[in-house]
Design a protein around this ligand. Structure first.
Ligand SMILES: Cc1cc2nc3c(=O)[nH]c(=O)nc-3n(C[C@H](O)[C@H](O)[C@H](O)COP(=O)(O)OP(=O)(O)OC[C@H]3O[C@@H](n4cnc5c(N)ncnc54)[C@H](O)[C@@H]3O)c2cc1C
Length: 814
C-alpha cells in the first residue's frame, strides 16, 4: 500500500458507492490529485447490502435526469473497466392497487415524456402477461419502464473505484478521517491516525456517519440511520433473471430476481430509527438483528400479492442501516458553513440508482464552483440549523422511509416532529380554524376550516377537502380584506458604511433609492441565473432590510455573506426570529389599517413599494406596502413580543370589515393568477430574469453594474431561447401541480413549473418555460395552440406573457 500523501487536490471521505462515483467522475474531468479515504473497506458501510434496484423515474424532472444518467453509465461500466457489475436491463413494472396511485403513475408517465424516458402505461392484463407470478385482479393498471434494471451494488462500486484508480485516484482503506481541518471559514484538509492531508477540497461521502463528522467541523448535514429490511426467498417457479423489477407501492414492497432467488424488500410506513447513541467504531459489513414482528405485516401482504411466497422457503431475513433525511431528499453541494467543504450523503435508500448522477454533478460543481443544473431540491443549503437536532431527526426519519412508497399526494404534510417552529400567534390561528402545514420546520396556516368543519387534510389528486374553503379565502382577498401570517419569512439586516455598495453589487435592481423605498429584486450569479428573489427595504442611508422566503433562509444569508469581502465595513444579521409578519391584503386593507393607526395610509402619503414605521396597538410596526397576491395591501413587520397584541387589535377592528383569515393555499392561487414567480419552482439559478419575464427589475444602467450583468447583456443581444408563459386550462376540471408537459401543436416545448386553481380566472393556472426561437416576437410565441398534458390526457390552454389577472396593476396602485 502506498504511503498517505500529505497533500491532495481533493480528499473524498468514504468509500461507498457515492464516494467512489464522485472519485470516478472527478478523474474523468481530469482532476489528477484525488485521494479517497475509507475507514474500513470499500462498500463496508451501507452499500454492500443494497438490494440492487436501478430505477429512473423520480418525482421531479432533474432527479429523474440524474437517475437516467446513472442507468446509462452502469450499462457501459463493465465494458469500460473490465469489472463485472451485474447490471441487467430487465425493465420495471410499478402497479397501482388504488385509483389515486394509478393517477400518480400516469402523471409520472406524462412527466417522463419531457425528457424522453420511455414509460408505458399498462393495463392489469398487460401486467399479468409481463409478470405472471402475481395477482392482478385488483389492479387499476401500472407503468412499465423498459430501460430500468438491477445491478450488484458491490460490483458497481468496485467498477467505479477501478475506473477512478485507472485515471490516477489514490484510495486508502482502513484510514479513518478523525477530523476535518479548517482555517477560519475554509476546509483545508483532513486528519487521520496516519497523518494529515492538506487539501483544496474535502468531500464528505460518509453515509450515515456524515452527520457527526460534519457537525464536528461546524457543518450541518441532517440525516439519521433507519433499519431497512428485505427477505431473500428460495427460488419460485417462473422466476428468471429477465423478470422485470416489480414495485407494489400500495403494499410497500418491491420484488427482484437475485442470483436465482427472489428478493422482497419493504418501505414500511413507520420505520425504526437506528444508531441513536452512535455507531460502533468497528462497524464493517455488519447487519442488524432486525425485528421480524415489525416486518411481518408487510410480508403477509406480499404473500397475498405473490401467492407462491406462501410455499417458498425464506433463505435470509436481512436488516441493514441506511441514512434518511427529514424531507427524503439527499444532500449534495457545497456546505454553506465551510468553504471548500462538499457534501454527498443521506441517500434515503436510492444511493445505488443515484450514484452515477450525483458523481457527475458533484464533480462538475467542484470544478466550476456552481451546479451544472438546478439542484435546489437536494442542495444541502436547504437544511435548517435545527434539523441537525437528534430528537427531531429520530422522529422524522421514522416517517421518511415510508414516504418513499407512499402516494405523493399534492400538499401531503409530514406527521412526525411537528411543531418545532411556531409563529407567536400560532395558538390564536388554531382558534381561528387554521389547518397548519409544515415548511422548513415552520407551522404555517395553509387553510382555515369554517366552524363545524374538521381541521384535517383529506388527500387526493382531485379537489381536496379544503378546496372550497380556500376559494372563499381567495375571494375575500380579491373582494374585501384578509389576514395572512407570514412570520416564516427570512429577514436579514445589512448595516454599515459599505452596505449600499454590497447590496447594489449583489442585486440586479437599483438599491440606491430614497430611505423608505422597498425594491423587488433578484440576486444573480455570473451566468445571469437567479440565485434569490426577494425584496430589500432601505431603512437608513447605511441600513437595509432583506426579506426572503423561509425556504431559502440559509441559502440567501450565505449568498449575501459570501459577497461581503474582508475589510468591507458592513455587518449582516439574521433577524428572522425576532420579527413576526402579519399581512393585510385586499381592497379594504387600507380602510382597516387606517382605523387602527394615526399614520396616514392614503395612496399619496403611503405609495406602493414604500415602507414606514407606524403605530399599531401598543407597538411600533414596520408597514411595507407590497403584495404577493395582486391586491392593495401591507406586510406588517412586528417585534415578536408584540405579535399577539397587534393581532388581537387587528382582529377586533376587522370584525366590522368582515376580515377573513387566509392561508398559504390561497396565497398560492392568488399569486398564480397574477403570474408572480416563485423561486425554486418558476425561477431558479439556471433561469435568467429575461427568460422569466422579470426584465423590468434589471437596471443595466446602474453606475457600478451588478453580478450577472454581462451574462444578461449577452443574452439580450443573442435573443432568448425560452420564455416563461402563463397558461390557463380552458376546461375548469383538471388540476395542474407541476411537471406537466406543455405541447405546442404536436411537440413538447416545456413543462409546467407550478400550478394552482385560479378561483377568479375560473380554471387551473400554470407557469412554464417554452422553447422559442431567438428573435421571435411575442405574437409569434403566443399565436399558436397550446395544450397541457395531465395524467396522459391533453387539455387546451390559453397562454399569455403578461399576467392574466390585472395586467395593468390597477388593483395594486390605488
Ligand atoms: C436493505 C437495503 C437495501 C437497499 N437497496 C437499494 C436499492 O435497491 N437501490 C438503491 O439505489 N439503493 C438501495 N439501498 C441504499 C443504498 O445502499 C445506499 O443509499 C448507498 O449504499 C449509500 O451509499 P453511501 O456511499 O452514501 O454510503 P456507505 O455505503 O455507507 O458509504 C459511506 C462510507 O463512508 C465511510 N466512512 C464514514 N465515516 C468515515 C470517516 N470518518 N473516514 C473514512 N471513511 C468513513 C464508511 O465506512 C462507509 O464505507 C439499500 C439500502 C439498504 C439498507
Amino acid at each position: 500500500m502506498a504511503e498517505l500523501p500529505n497533500k491532495a487536490g481533493v480528499v473524498i471521505i468514504g468509500g461507498g458507492v457515492i464516494g467512489c462515483s464522485v472519485a470516478y467522475h472527478l478523474s474523468q474531468l481530469g482532476f489528477d490529485d484525488v485521494v479517497l479515504l475509507e475507514r474500513q473497506q470499500l462498500t463496508s458501510g451501507t452499500t454492500w447490502h443494497a438490494a440492487g434496484l436501478v430505477g429512473q423515474l423520480r418525482t421531479s424532472i432533474n432527479m429523474t435526469k440524474l437517475a437516467k444518467y446513472t442507468s446509462d453509465l452502469y450499462r457501459g461500466l463493465e465494458e469500460e473497466t473490465d469489472q463485472a457489475t451485474g447490471y441487467r436491463q430487465c425493465g420495471s413494472i410499478s402497479i397501482a392497487a388504488t385509483a389515486e396511485r394509478f393517477e400518480e403513475l400516469k402523471r409520472s408517465a406524462s412527466m417522463a415524456k419531457v425528457f424522453d424516458l420511455e414509460v408505458n402505461v399498462v393495463t392489469a392484463e398487460e401486467i399479468a402477461e409481463r409478470y405472471p407470478l402475481i395477482r392482478t385482479d385488483d389492479l387499476y393498471g401500472g407503468i412499465h419502464i423498459p430501460s430500468d434494471g438491477y445491478a450488484n451494488a458491490v460490483d458497481i462500486t468496485q467498477a467505479l473505484a477501478r475506473g477512478a484508480k485507472n485515471r490516477g485516484v489514490k484510495m486508502f482503506q482502513n484510514t479513518k478521517v478523525d477530523e476535518i481541518l479548517r482555517d477560519g471559514e475554509r476546509a483545508v484538509g483532513v486528519r487521520t491516525a496516519k497523518g494529515d492531508i492538506a487539501a483544496d477540497h474535502v468531500v464528505i461521502c460518509g453515509g450515515m456517519w456524515s452527520r457527526d463528522l460534519a457537525a464536528s467541523a461546524g457543518v450541518n448535514i441532517p440525516l439519521h440511520a433507519c433499519e431497512h429490511y428485505y427477505v431473500l426467498f428460495e427460488s419460485v417457479e417462473g422466476l428468471h433473471p429477465d423478470l422485470p423489477v416489480l414495485r407494489d407501492y400500495d403494499a410497500c414492497t418491491y420484488y427482484k430476481y437475485d442470483a436465482g432467488k427472489l428478493l422482497v424488500g419493504a418501505f414500511e410506513p413507520t420505520a425504526k430509527a437506528w444508531g441513536m447513541d452512535g455507531i460502533a467504531e468497528d462497524f464493517c459489513f455488519d447487519e442488524i438483528a432486525g425485528d421480524f414482528d415489525h416486518f411481518e405485516p408487510v410480508l403477509l401482504d406480499a404473500m397475498e400479492r405473490f401467492p407462491a411466497l406462501q410455499e417458498a422457503g425464506i433463505q435470509k431475513f436481512f436488516c441493514g442501516p441506511e441514512s434518511f433525511t427529514p424531507d427524503v431528499r439527499y444532500h449534495i453541494g457545497k456546505a454553506p458553513e465551510l468553504d471548500n467543504c462538499w457534501v454527498s450523503a443521506g441517500l434515503n435508500s436510492i444511493g445505488l440508482q443515484s450514484a452515477g448522477g450525483i458523481g457527475k454533478v458533484m464533480a462538475e460543481w467542484i470544478r466550476d464552483g456552481y451546479p451544472p443544473v438546478d439542484l435546489w431540491e437536494v442542495d444541502v443549503r436547504r437544511a435548517m440549523p435545527f434539523q441537525g437536532n437528534r430528537k427531531y431527526l429520530k422522529e422524522r426519519v421514522s416517517e421518511s422511509l415510508g414516504l418513499l412508497y407512499a402516494t405523493h399526494f399534492p400538499f401531503r404534510q409530514y406527521e412526525t416532529a411537528r411543531g418545532s417552529r411556531k409563529s407567536a400567534i400560532h395558538d390564536r390561528l388554531i382558534a381561528a380554524g387554521a389547518c397548519h402545514g409544515e415548511a422548513f420546520g415552520w407551522e404555517r396556516p395553509n387553510w382555515y376550516a369554517p366552524k363545524g368543519v374538521e381541521v384535517k387534510y383529506e388527500y387526493s389528486y382531485g379537489r381536496q377537502n379544503w378546496f372550497e374553503h380556500s376559494a372563499a379565502e381567495h375571494n375575500a382577498v380579491r373582494n374585501n380584506v384578509a389576514l395572512f401570517d407570514q412570520s416564516s419569512f427570512a429577514k436579514f439586516r445589512l448595516e454599515g458604511a459599505d452596505a449600499l455598495c454590497v447590496i447594489n453589487q449583489v442585486s440586479a435592481n437599483n438599491m440606491d433609492v430614497k430611505v423608505g423605498r422597498l425594491v423587488y429584486t433578484q440576486w444573480l450569479n455570473e451566468r445571469g441565473g437567479i440565485e434569490a428573489d426577494l425584496t430589500v427595504t432601505r431603512l437608513a442611508e447605511d441600513a437595509f432590510l432583506v426579506i426572503s422566503a423561509a425556504e431559502t433562509e440559509t441559502r440567501d444569508f450565505h449568498w449575501l455573506k459570501s459577497h461581503i469581502s474582508d475589510g468591507v465595513n458592513c455587518v449582516l444579521t439574521n433577524v428572522s426570529s425576532g420579527t413576526g409578519v402579519i399581512s393585510i391584503m385586499g381592497p379594504k386593507s387600507r380602510d382597516l389599517l387606517q382605523s387602527l393607526t394615526p399614520a396616514d395610509m392614503s395612496h399619496k402619503a403611503f405609495p406602493f413599494a414604500t415602507s414606514q414605521e407606524i403605530e399599531l396597538g401598543y407597538a411600533i410596526v414596520r408597514a411595507s406596502r407590497i403584495t404577493f397576491v395582486g391586491e392593495l395591501g401591507w406586510e406588517l413587520y412586528i417585534p415578536t413580543e408584540f405579535m399577539q397584541g397587534v393581532y388581537d387589535e387587528i382582529v377586533e377592528a376587522g370584525a366590522s370589515f368582515d376580515l377573513a383569515h387566509a392561508g398559504y393555499h390561497a396565497l398560492n392561487s392568488l399569486r398564480m393568477e397574477k403570474g408572480y414567480r416563485h423561486w425554486s419552482h418558476d425561477i431558479t439559478d439556471e433561469d435568467s430574469p429575461l427568460e422569466a419575464g422579470l426584465g423590468f427589475t434589471v437596471k443595466f444602467d446602474k453606475p457600478d453594474g451588478f453580478i450577472g450583468k454581462d451574462a444578461l447583456l449577452k443574452q439580450q443581444e443573442e435573443g432568448l431561447h425560452r420564455r416563461l408563459v402563463q397558461f390557463r386550462l380552458e376546461d375548469p376540471e383538471p388540476l395542474l401541480y407541476h411537471n406537466e408537459p406543455i405541447w405546442r401543436e404536436d411537440k413538447i416545448v416545456g413543462h409546467i413549473t407550478s400550478g394552482a386553481y385560479g378561483h377568479t380566472l375560473g380554471g387551473c393556472v400554470g407557469l412554464g418555460y417554452v422553447h422559442t426561437e431567438p428573435g421571435k416576437s411575442d405574437d409569434d410565441v403566443m399565436g399558436v395552440n397550446y395544450e397541457i398534458e395531465v395524467a396522459t390526457e391533453r387539455f387546451a390552454a390559453e397562454a399569455s406573457l403578461s399576467p392574466m389577472y390585472d395586467p395593468g396593476n390597477e388593483k395594486i396602485r390605488r
